[in-house]
Ligand binder design. Sequence first.
Ligand code: GLN
Ligand code: ZN
Length: 785
Amino acid sequence: MGLKLCLLSLPVATLGTPRIGPRRELKFALERFWAGKSGEQDLLTAAAGLRAANWARQRSLGVSVIPSNDFSLYDQVLDTSVMVGAIPAIYGWTGGQVSLATYFAMARGAQGDAHDADCGHAHHQHGSSHGVPAQEMTKWFDTNYHYMVPEFHRDQTFALSSRKPIEEYEEAKGLGYQTRPVLVGPVTFLKLGKSADASFEPLSLLDRLLPVYVEVLRELQQRGAEWVQLDEPILVLDLDDAARDALHRAYAVFAEAVPGLEIMLASYFGALGDNLETALALPVAGLHIDLVRAPEQLSAIASGARRKQVLSLGIIDGRNVWRSNLPALLDGIEPVVASLGKDRVQIAPSCSLLHTPIDLALETDLDADIRSWLAFAIQKMGELATLGRALGGGRESVGDELAASESAAVARQTSPKIHNAGVARRMAAIDEAMRRRHHPFAERAALQRAKFGLPAFPTTTIGSFPQKAEVRAARAAHANGTLSDAQYEQFLKEETARAVRWQEDIGLDVLVHGEFERNDMVQYFGEQLGGFTFTTFGWVQSYGSRYVRPPILFGDVTRPRPMTVGWWRYAQSLTEKPMKAMLTGPVTILNWSFVRDDIPRSEACRQIALAIRDEVNDLEAAGARMIQIDEAALREGLPLRKSDWQAYLDWAVESFRVCSTGVADETQIHTHMCYSEFNQIIDAIAAMDADVISIETSRSKMELLDAFNTYKYPNEIGPGVYDIHSPRVPEVGEMKELLLLARKRLSDDQLWINPDCGLKTRKWEEVRPALVNMVAAARELRAEA
Ligand code: GLN
Ligand code: ZN
């Protein structure tokens, strides 16, 4: 019976699975190894165990197209660099198979320093500041996964330098699995890389690169592989002719050099759009498309595909945590399957399941209703299997599963846990007045200057102070009940008071309370807002061994009570200096959470904005006159396609304005962003109309302020003068030099002085002298100005 049903299923693929293990086994194995507490063999054994478990799990759940080489000890793009021998000279590799030591040097730097996990989120270029630096790291498309940026030099050559894809294929085969090995496609690999000296285009290396890919493909085929999956997610980006041409050339070479090996070309994270023709023209046996982000592309692709081409339909969301309404999905794809023929269709998630948590079954603390609306990687595999059987053997063959799926979807749609009439009323009542400060910046600034009486070039910090081991230990003790609420609060008060006193002592002008009570800048707010829930084991890889547990936004957002007012009031009570209140903005909360899929993101964002607006207004009512609303993730939320930018920026900016305009003109709204490449979005930044914006600029020598200069940005700006990603303490002279560069681009009365970002991940021993120097630089500047 089981076997028969199985035969009556369409092929079911995963494209890739989370590699970290349901209980973060990979992280612990890596950290033991890095700490020298286990050997290479222990690490490799642990990794093999995770792979074997992954394969077994997929088979038992009904996945029939099982991937191999989707596993990675650190990152699949780094694996590719190593596979083709794109290893910069500083790592001292001299050919042959790349050792684990070289691999981890590229990943983490040679001194073994872990990346600085600044800001609680990895969105920077990290690397150890001494020894051999790690490779640059950046976001993988619009996910919160970060890959190691391949680096090529002008005379780059390539050679097969890691047999990982072949070894993992063989390993699976030995365990009884015929897998479809996954590789990052050659064009995506080059496009994501950078040239060491910017003197050539990485794509120009294609002809040198392809022979290595051919070697891998041939050997996979010789060892029995029938299909391989080549990931070319760049197909959903704006591409120029050079990139399209590279795709044509690469896949023509493969078709000719490795005939008979079937290639599943995977696109994901969006629509093929204007690359559709290119994708359809490539001589590949199969095409995977993302039908969650871009369901509208199905008919064009179904009719444009060659007669024998297999389509892999990405219909289960690989980027989110929601259970699907399977009968509704079937309504959409049954006609397509009927017209294409069952032998030409595979069922898959929209993208690799790497981006989802692993197992909902572990979440025993979740509200039962909410739980019934969710699906993590394992549950999604189950959904895919059900769809495969419904399409292969008819809906009756999985009647119970379909009924359960539909009833969960209906329950979710109508649940009072999601829908709040009060929120709906407030959303409908957002009007022009709520999107605008009372008066323009120039008038506000005059009032604010008179009120605060700050010196020229006022000094401040971005919010957090070092979260040393004692702070984290106290939080853990409080969480597990060994520290009472009262004891924990007392502890935090002492930390806060110490930080406030110290800021006064060194002469900072605008103080902060230090954020000692916050675990994470998004989680802290999510835990206090209605509409959010949290998981216990819902980890998702952010980079390497760093995983995050994003909050889940499941319903209408409410703010039952003030979230930060108590801490602000306490901190302000300790000083006469202005105490800047500290909030995380709506766009950042949205972008770092799993967001409900039953309303547009823009609407969810506006709901969060209303909640933050209440907090802003309450802070003001309590006496706060400077309120900072961090939008660290605003820029990284930009859509992949340029043509979608404006719509996103419109609602993102509107949300910021909704949360920040309830205050009087004299109240100063600050914002902070952990980057400074504003060239393309400077209009939006200006439209946010924050009185003061602090940005990251120290490493760019203030050049990135040019965008503000050219735009004639009128509001005040604090360009970071202290690189907080490094333990190095900047000298007074260095910071002054940066400030002189800033003064060439901004007027003196616009200029604030602050570090690049929060200081949470630094040590007090580094922070103290650095900020003392920063204040000294400000004083010297004032004396000279
Ligand atoms: N206020 C936060 C802090 O200082 C801002 C962090 C961030 O922008 N990533 O930590
Ligand atoms: Zn920052």
